[in-house]
Design a protein around this ligand. Structure first.
Ligand code: 6CS
Ligand code: FE
Length: 323
């Protein structure tokens, strides 16, 4: 049963005699892409959805759950062994040489180059990556946090090639997924698996600890097909500098680094971004976005047409079963 506080039941004025309740729309509890600035406000959803009594029914210890609750992300050094990653890394290298794949709409190139920036829907392209989304070690942690079955909302590989990989502006994924994909609430977690060693020079993912606790409404109306620009250079859904400074002063910035096979698990509303890659080494990270089956997509709250399947899965919300 969906979280009822998202469903805004209205008496249909034409039918008040019958008192029949009609679900006319899901109330937008996270208004954003506004005409003028609005204050940030505290999130409405828990971070850890599992009740305290069942909190340790899963691989994460109380301390790790508390750390995720406090910071909005966890780092796992060498979560997968390097040789477990070899097959995945080999497959990603083959994709970079695949000219037909470069023409796909779900493949985004670095501006002005033939270098791949992102391939979306990687779990729908590859059986190997599809199986990885159902790796029990991942699934059990995500289910423990979200207290429900999950499905993949979005998967992608960000290549960030040496010298040419551009950065990503600060943003909350949830702000985009709510506004442009109709994701009702914050019950969604990303797992970013490091495919090439992340060091301080090749543009590692940067996160602001504690930023997941506030929703920051952003200014600017969303044009149709915004993703054609935003995936190369995001300008909408980027918080203002005053709000970013407030979050950074409060939580500072962390850039977890580690060898291929390491993993960053972060909450859908944790502010993150990354610098351009000025080194010669690629910084390729795989992202699996696990959404709760209790948080499935509505119509986009920005009012636009739904985004393509490779960005926002509307086709299969069946609970993922571990391999
Ligand atoms: O629009 C999106 O869904 C994508 N944009 C960013 C910057 N992060 C999340 C996601 O990949
Ligand atoms: Fe993001």
């Amino acid at each position: 049963m969906k979280n009822m506080h998202y469903i805004h039941m209205l008496l249909d004025t034409n039918m008040e005699n019958t008192g029949e309740l009609l679900m006319t729309h899901t109330q937008d509890l996270f208004p954003t892409r506004l005409e003028r600035e609005a204050n940030m406000f505290e999130r409405l959803d828990p971070v850890i959805h599992t009740p305290e009594s069942r909190a340790t029914d899963g691989p994460l210890s109380r301390d790790r759950l508390r750390e995720f609750d406090d910071k909005g992300f966890l780092f796992f050094d060498s979560f997968f062994s390097r040789d477990e990653m070899d097959g995945f890394i080999q497959e990603l290298a083959e994709y970079q040489q695949n000219q037909a794949l470069k023409q796909e709409e779900g493949t985004i190139l670095e501006p002005g180059t033939e270098e791949i920036r992102t391939i979306f829907g990687i779990h729908e392209i590859s059986d190997r990556f599809d199986r990885l989304t159902r790796e029990p070690r991942l699934l059990k942690m995500v289910q423990q946090i979200l207290d429900s079955d999950v499905y993949i909302h979005q998967s992608r590989i960000n290549y960030k090639p040496g010298f040419k990989g551009k950065g990503f502006n600060w943003h909350s994924d949830f702000e985009t997924w709510h506004s442009e994909d109709g994701m009702p609430g914050m019950r969604c977690v990303s797992c970013s698996i490091v495919m090439t060693d992340n060091n301080e020079f090749n543009g590692p993912l940067m996160l602001i600890p504690g930023s997941h606790r506030n929703f920051i409404p952003c200014v600017g109306q969303t044009p149709e097909n915004n993703y054609r620009e935003s995936l190369k250079n995001q300008t909408l859904g980027v918080p203002g500098e005053q709000d970013l400074k407030r979050m950074m002063d409060r939580g500072f910035i962390e850039a977890p680094k580690g060898p291929a096979g390491s993993m960053i698990m972060f909450e859908c509303n944790t502010l993150h971004g990354s610098n351009s890659n000025m080194s010669c080494w690629p910084r390729s990270n795989l992202f699996f976005v696990y959404n709760s089956v209790e948080n499935t997509l509505e119509e986009p709250y920005c009012g636009n047409r739904p985004r393509p399947q490779f960005l926002a899965n509307r086709r299969s919300w069946a609970p993922l079963k571990p391999v």
